[in-house]
Design a protein around this ligand. Structure first.
Ligand SMILES: [Zn+2]
Ligand SMILES: [Zn+2]
Length: 471
């Protein structure tokens, strides 16, 4: 071992270099070692036949559920045509089933991928777990892709880099591709949601001084942060305070703060709280400056949050590449869903290149066993989940909230926009082309704060809210 400290050299800083040769702290060194061994173990798990079988079953079940959101329709279809015919019919129309085959072929035959060097943007939050972990676990390279996952400072930058094609695909907030496709808040560029990245996984965090304000009716005059205007965070915070009788545009202040800056702003007293992504809710508890008031799961269990997507142009001109990318991300989602993998995943995404967070903060978020900052240890295994189906009814709900809060005006063709942006439609379109009766929409109903949302009646829903900004 050589000692390279040079304490008497006036021309260079005195670096306490780690024995591994890198300029980092012992803690950072340990974090990297832990990430390394967790990565090795997860790679081993991903290469078992068991996981391969689980993955294929997971994709198939997700797709069948996407085509037949109503259980009764699925059963009727199977009974009517028989299992064999149904399987053949579904295989012939499912975009992802053919994508899987294509991607497998592409992995074997170099040259079928239109583009192999790709740049993908992400915001360092646990929502992006599948997209991030696919990198160290080698899921992209397994598909023949050389992907650079690029940490990005905020959502406006993600939007701009997608519009100017600096990124090939990206981590989006799921309402963003709707807004960009409509040209709301930016130039109009058609974008697509290929998968939802995560469901649940957000919370409302309040500064410790507001421990006596657990009733949102008491929030008049408070300042809140959300990550972006076109975010589930903004829509859920607005929904929540409006249910308590407050007008989010006049009774409270809502400002946009990039997630990595939320904790610092809470500490500085610039804001009283936020509806933000994790790990920043847990991080506020870890820093002892805030507490978790409510998980968004308690507002809408299974709500979508972030998405994985790209521009329609990229998908159309690089179909094989996109298919390969899709498979890599789905693979990671399948692995991230497994509770037995969560602790290891926390270690994999903790280092500086990814989330740059204390491992314990990420473990609390991903395992759902966490301190809430109010003296309780809670156990909520699905605090964060990774269900990839981009239900079009989710898109319709987002559009109803954009309409409710004045982001879009006039008549909205909810279904048309939802089906154009959220990629589930190809299967149905192809079924119709093949003369099969396509099931009626990917439109399951959802319950948000006790109220059922039926995507078939969006206008009725929007008009049912007394507090709105529709003028
Ligand atoms: Zn080291
Ligand atoms: Zn998210």
């Amino acid at each position: 071992m050589s000692f390279d400290f040079s304490p008497y050299d006036a021309d260079r800083p005195l670096l306490m270099r780690c024995t591994c040769g890198k300029d980092h702290t012992v803690a950072e060194h340990q974090k990297e070692q832990a990430a390394q061994s967790a990565t090795t173990e997860l790679i081993r798990r991903s290469q078992t036949e068991e996981f391969e079988a689980y993955f294929n079953a997971f994709v198939e079940a997700s797709l069948i559920k996407a085509i037949f959101p109503q259980e009764r329709e699925r059963r009727n279809f199977l009974r009517a045509v028989g299992k064999g015919t149904a399987m053949a019919a579904i295989a012939s129309v499912l975009p992802i089933a053919s994508m899987q085959a294509m991607a497998q072929e592409a992995g074997k035959k170099p040259g079928t991928l239109e583009k192999t060097n790709l740049k993908i943007g992400f915001i360092p939050i646990t929502c992006a777990t599948p997209l991030i972990m696919a990198h160290p676990l080698g899921f992209y390279s397994k598909q023949g892709l050389n992907v650079e996952v690029t940490k990005t400072a905020g959502w406006a930058l993600i939007r701009d880099k997608m519009i100017n094609k600096e990124y090939d695909a990206t981590h989006f907030l799921s309402p963003m591709p709707l807004a960009i496709s409509m040209g709301v808040g930016s130039t109009q560029v058609p974008m697509n949601v290929a998968t939802i990245q995560n469901t649940n996984g957000q919370a409302i965090t309040l500064a410790n001084k507001h421990k006596d304000k657990r009733d949102p009716k008491l929030w008049k005059g408070l300042k809140f942060a959300v990550p972006f205007e076109f975010s589930m965070h903004n829509f859920l915070l607005r929904y929540y305070v409006a249910e308590a009788g407050l007008n989010p545009d006049t009774d409270i202040q809502i400002r946009v703060v990039p997630p990595p800056e939320m904790v610092a702003n809470l500490r500085a007293g610039n804001i009283d709280g936020y509806l933000g992504p994790d790990p920043f809710n847990q991080r506020a508890v870890f820093e002892e400056i805030g507490f978790i008031h409510i998980l968004t799961k308690e507002l809408w269990d299974g709500h979508p949050c972030c998405a994985f997507g790209s521009s329609t142009e990229f998908i159309q001109s690089n179909p094989n590449t996109f298919a390969a990318l899709y498979r890599a991300v789905l693979n990671a989602a399948a692995m991230a869903r497994g509770p037995e993998n969560r602790e290891l995943i926390a270690k994999v995404i903790a280092p500086q290149a990814y989330l740059n967070q204390p491992e314990t903060v990420l473990t609390q978020v991903l395992t759902g066993r966490f301190a809430d900052g109010l003296g309780n240890i809670k156990t909520v295994p699905d605090r964060a989940d990774f269900n990839p189906i981009p239900w079009q009814s989710m898109a319709v709900w987002m559009l109803t909230q954009m309409k409710r809060w004045g982001y879009i005006k006039g008549d909205v063709n909810y279904k048309q926009i939802a089906e154009k942006v959220f990629l589930l439609t190809d299967a149905k379109k192809r079924m119709t082309e093949l003369g099969m009766k396509a099931p009626e929409g990917a439109y399951p109903k959802f319950t948000i704060m006790g109220k059922v949302f039926d995507a078939a009646k969006p206008d009725e829903y929007v008009n049912s809210f007394a507090i709105n900004k529709m003028g």
